[in-house]
Design a protein around this ligand. Structure first.
Ligand code: NAD
Length: 479
């Protein structure tokens, strides 16, 4: 059973270790506010031990046959499938999303592990003609080295696997620092990595205090890459911290997705897409519709249908079968939304509320906001909550200008049935991902990532593997 590991210990150098101080930190169930577990509260010394282990393991792991790494990745993937239900329950318990969404998260993690088990064998190089007839240029790819992976709480399983699967496939060793609200999934995935047979030191998880752990990871020259998923302010800070040792970085940061509905859209499809994009994971995804932009001709009809659908959502504990929407992650998240909603109210926003709060836990009522000016805080800030501001626009040019008028550039959505218009707008949208007539965009083979302040680097497909590979060329004389 994957529950057969000590929650008070993290996974360093193939061993389950306590914090040097013996301290632990509480993990709460966000649907009840009750204690779920105490996990090791580690700091600098444990992070350094994990880097030592990863650095020691790197030469053998990166030098192993790609097919041998692939076999272990495949076993890891199969164990995730075997323990799908346990992993889904852990996700719902520590993160709060409804159990069926948690199951889909596990399926997503499995897909990444599977893809990179296969992709491990495909780190192809190139040859090219030399500068003279007896010269050749040989281009090869090699693992970047020890990788630090810092992950968020909103997809506590997939975010770990989406980074570690390509890193491990490439031949890197990794030190994972999961979010303090949701360390249990990362520990479970470490247990499965141990069972799958990764050599000791190749996969490490350090739980605890983010600032000293991240400082140790970014200060250490032996860590050659930081892959971070989280908020833009923390990402900016970590980029600065990585400058001193000139680490490679991959930054998957906050989004602010526009969801554009044109007059010619299929309205029912657009409403269904917006419901998924907005309310999945209680609005706590980086690709959530943050600003719903609707063209004047269909604005009233869209708003009416969207409010009706929002009012039909059932909110509660994710373990309850009858639930569409769970809690927010913690009390700070609730306080942030309350600030944004107070600002919206002051600026004349009209609130259309859905389900009542079910009682204890960190819940926020799903709420549609209309009549809000575009200088409200809701427009520029990432909401990360089941709050849906809807704005009206007139022309295609207005839609593009509004959509791009923010610092974030992760994903966007467009509903239209005019192929020319679809391409014109999609070309103009300043985001790394565009969902066209679809409220979901995830695919393990596609290059997921953002532009502008949503970060740099891509996760998924061969692009995701390339992030963890350096390119080297050999200039060869045949003379
Ligand atoms: P966060 O930035 O607060 O935390 C992310 C990670 O950074 C956690 O592990 C946390 O412990 C750590 N951290 C926090 N403060 C730190 C510091 N000062 N120094 C070093 N590490 C620190 O983000 P979050 O609240 O966990 O996650 C939500 C954010 O993540 C949202 O902005 C969301 O859009 C973003 N996100 C982006 C993607 C993407 O693929 N682009 C995916 C999921 C989430």
């Amino acid at each position: 059973m994957i529950r057969d590991w000590s929650l008070h210990k993290a996974y360093i150098n193939g061993e389950w270790q306590r914090a040097d101080s013996g301290e632990t930190i509480e993990v709460l169930n966000p649907a009840t506010g009750k204690l779920l577990a105490d996990v090791a509260f580690m700091r600098t010394s444990e992070a350094r031990r994990a880097i030592d282990a990863a650095a020691a393991a790197f030469p053998a792991w990166s030098g192993a046959l790609a097919k041998d790494r692939a076999v272990i990745l495949r076993r890891w993937r199969d164990l995730m499938e075997h323990y799908l239900e346990d992993l889904a329950c852990l996700i719902t318990a520590e993160q709060g999303k409804p159990l069926d969404q948690a199951r889909r998260e596990v399926v997503g993690a499995i897909a990444y592990a599977e893809w990179y088990g296969e992709e491990a064998r495909r780190a192809y190089g190139q040859t090219m003609p030399g500068t003279q007839t007896d010269r050749r240029v040989w281009v090869q790819k090699q693992a970047v080295g020890v990788v630090a992976a810092i992950t968020p709480w909103n997809f506590p399983l997939t975010m770990v696997v989406r980074k570690c699967a390509p890193a491990l496939a490439a031949g890197c060793s990794v030190v994972v620092k999961p979010a303090e609200d949701t360390p249990l999934c990362a520990l479970a995935i470490a247990k499965l990595a141990e069972m799958a047979g990764f050599p000791k030191g190749v996969f490490n998880v350090v739980t605890g205090n983010p600032v000293p752990i991240a400082q140790a990871l970014t200060d250490d020259f032996r860590v050659r890459m930081l892959s971070f998923t989280g908020s833009t302010p923390v990402g900016k800070r970590l980029i600065v911290q990585c400058a001193d040792t000139v680490k490679k970085t991959a930054m998957e940061l906050g989004g602010n997705a526009p969801f554009i509905v044109m007059d010619d859209a299929n309205l029912d499809d657009a409403v269904a897409g917006a419901m998924i994009s907005k309310y999945r994971n209680s609005g706590q995804t980086c690709v959530c519709a943050n600003r719903i932009l609707v063209q004047a001709g269909v604005y009233d009809a869209f708003v009416e249908k969207f409010i009706a659908a929002t009012r039909a959502l059932r909110m509660g504990n994710g373990f309850d079968d009858q639930i569409d929407i769970g809690p927010l992650i913690n009390s700070r998240a609730v306080a942030k939304v309350e600030r944004l909603m107070a600002d919206a109210k002051r600026r004349g926003g009209v609130f259309h509320e859905g389900a009542e709060k079910p009682g204890a836990g960190f819940f926020v009522r799903p709420t549609v906001i209309t009549d809000l000016p575009v200088d409200a805080a809701c427009f520029e800030e990432e909401l990360f909550a089941p709050i849906a501001p809807i704005y009206r626009f007139d022309t295609e040019a207005d839609a593009i200008a509004l959509a791009n008028n923010v610092k974030g550039g992760l994903s966007s959505y467009l509903y239209s049935r005019d192929i020319g218009r679809i391409h014109r707008i999609a070309d103009a949208l300043q985001t790394g991902v565009v969902g066209i007539n679809d409220g979901t965009t995830s695919h393990e083979g596609a290059p997921f990532g953002g532009v502008k302040e949503s970060g740099h680097g891509r996760e998924g497909g061969h692009w995701g593997l390339d992030e963890y590979l350096e390119v080297k060329y050999l200039n060869i004389s045949l003379a």
